[in-house]
Design a protein around this ligand. Structure first.
Ligand code: 5GP
Length: 257
């Protein structure tokens, strides 16, 4: 049945308005590459493997780099393609500290993805304005933060016993002097608690440590619940800001906890 004429008019106006709105939103997403902070994202390889339900033979038993991400900006220059040869000097360290945990036999797709999605935006900073500087600078920050040693020093080790998320967060805040963000996989079917997946530490554009979340921000002290709807779209890792409460920090397969 066709709608009556006034309704048709109303429907067309609604469609036009929605199209304009969609278009405006689309252009804002692609054109606005303003960002304020850089996020050094460490991930726990055991959880990465669990998340993608990939066997990941022998995942590293230390926190590795997922990426160095500007907040609020992605894919800032589609014509700035990734060239592996530009980072060949960094290769041994890249393989060690920035491995593709999911495809350990071919890391370069992961590095290409990180460059195109995040590096092209981080490259607005003089300190990171080439592939060599972006990947080399990220490795420098990772080394300086030395998260693996800090966690060891704090006695926070993979374990079959659960940790309180606030204890880990407070302990790291005590070490670094800024508020980190901790991301978890929500409990899967049959699981009691969430699983720790990522630890993020944030930097200013001057590459000085700063809080990742502020009081009142989602995931920050006193902020609203951080939960976001699952979209299932590519880039949605399934990780969410950890709920306050117990969390599992899973030991590598075969490790004696
Ligand atoms: P982003 O796209 O923002 O860099 O990160 C999210 C995506 O990275 C998700 O699709 C997640 O599954 C993927 N991811 C996380 N860790 C790894 C990894 O070690 N290797 C690969 N290939 N993808 C990863």
């Amino acid at each position: 049945m066709r709608p009556a004429a006034p309704h048709r008019l109303l429907l067309s106006s609604l469609c036009l308005a929605l199209c304009c709105l969609g278009g405006a939103r689309g252009s804002r997403r692609s054109d606005n590459h303003e960002w304020k902070k850089l996020i050094m994202v460490h991930h726990w390889p055991v959880t990465v493997c669990k998340e993608v339900e990939n066997d990941c033979r022998d995942p590293p038993d230390y926190w590795t780099i997922h990426g160095l991400w500007p907040d609020k900006a992605e894919e800032c220059n589609g014509s700035w393609h990734f060239h592996l040869e530009e980072i060949k000097d960094l290769m041994p360290e890249m393989k060690m500290y920035w491995p593709d945990v999911i495809h350990p036999l071919n890391h370069s797709h992961f590095w290409k993805h990180e460059w195109e999605k995040h590096g092209t935006c981080a490259a607005q900073l003089d300190a990171l304005n080439s592939q060599k500087k972006y990947f080399g600078g990220s490795l420098d920050l990772y080394r300086d933060l030395d998260l693996n040693s800090m966690l060891q020093k704090l006695g926070i080790k993979p374990s079959i016993n659960y940790y309180q998320v606030s204890d880990i967060k407070d302990a790291l805040a005590g070490i670094y002097g800024v508020i980190p963000k901790i991301q978890c996989l929500p409990p899967q079917q049959g699981e009691e608690v969430q699983t720790i997946g990522q630890i993020e530490l944030c930097f200013t554009k001057e590459l000085r440590l700063r809080n990742c979340t502020e009081p009142g921000e989602p995931g920050g002290p006193g902020g609203p619940a951080p939960r976001r709807p699952r979209t299932g779209v590519s880039g949605d890792t399934g990780l969410e800001v950890c709920e306050d409460g117990p969390a599992f920090y899973p030991p590598p397969p075969g490790a004696v906890p």
